[in-house]
Ligand binder design. Structure first.
Ligand code: GRF
Length: 183
């Protein structure tokens, strides 16, 4: 990622469903002093509730037909380039990005995962934590690598309640990235 000199960090958020993390990022980016800008929303699901937040906030969005993954990813890469995206934030995006996509994008890709990684990679994290009678769960923001839910951890928080903590953790993790790339 190139250094940001006098400009905002352009973010694309990828969603598939409810979009509560997307909404928290939009709210965060709307704070007056914020240097982050949500420029583009990508969804693989036209029924994703999160798309309502895109419409309400007048953020550009694209629904991508994922029946052919390679074509879908190439299309997304074109949109990312066109919108000069510096950072991708996966927020409940239910498709796995190919390693070729990750390589081609070149800039960082983050994901938020509802567990204390490396515990409970993959799906049904809450159910598994409850089944194991864990006292705590949490959320993790990490870099996306070709290996599912295994990239370097940026921030992690341990709590009894899941989602509320995600909504604080994601903006804070982006802020950390922003610091690293600002002069
Ligand atoms: C969150 O629990 C997130 O950690 C996981 O998927 C869920 C997405 O929720 N990756 P939302 O769509 O942001 O409300």
């Amino acid at each position: 990622m190139e250094k940001l000199i006098g400009r905002n960090l352009n973010i694309s958020v990828f969603i598939s469903g409810r979009g509560s993390n997307l909404l928290s990022l939009i709210k965060y980016s709307n704070i007056k002093k914020s240097k982050i800008k949500i420029n583009l929303i990508i969804s693989n699901n036209k029924f994703s509730k999160g798309l309502e937040f895109a419409k309400k906030n007048k953020i550009k969005y694209h629904v991508i037909n994922y029946s052919k993954k390679k074509q879908a990813e190439n299309k997304i890469l074109r949109y990312l380039r066109k919108n000069k995206i510096d950072l991708i934030c996966l927020a409940g995006f239910m498709k796995i990005l190919s390693s070729s996509f990750i390589k081609k994008f070149k800039n960082p890709i983050l994901n938020i995962h509802p567990s204390l990684l490396p515990r409970y990679k993959g799906l049904n994290t809450h159910r598994r934590a409850i089944e194991n009678k864990d006292k705590f769960s949490g959320a993790t923001v990490h870099f996306v690598t070709p290996k599912l839910d295994s990239g370097k951890i940026i921030l992690q928080k341990k709590v009894r309640i899941f989602l509320k903590i995600e909504h604080k953790l994601y903006p804070n993790a982006i802020e950390k990235i922003l610091k690293k790339f600002s002069l």
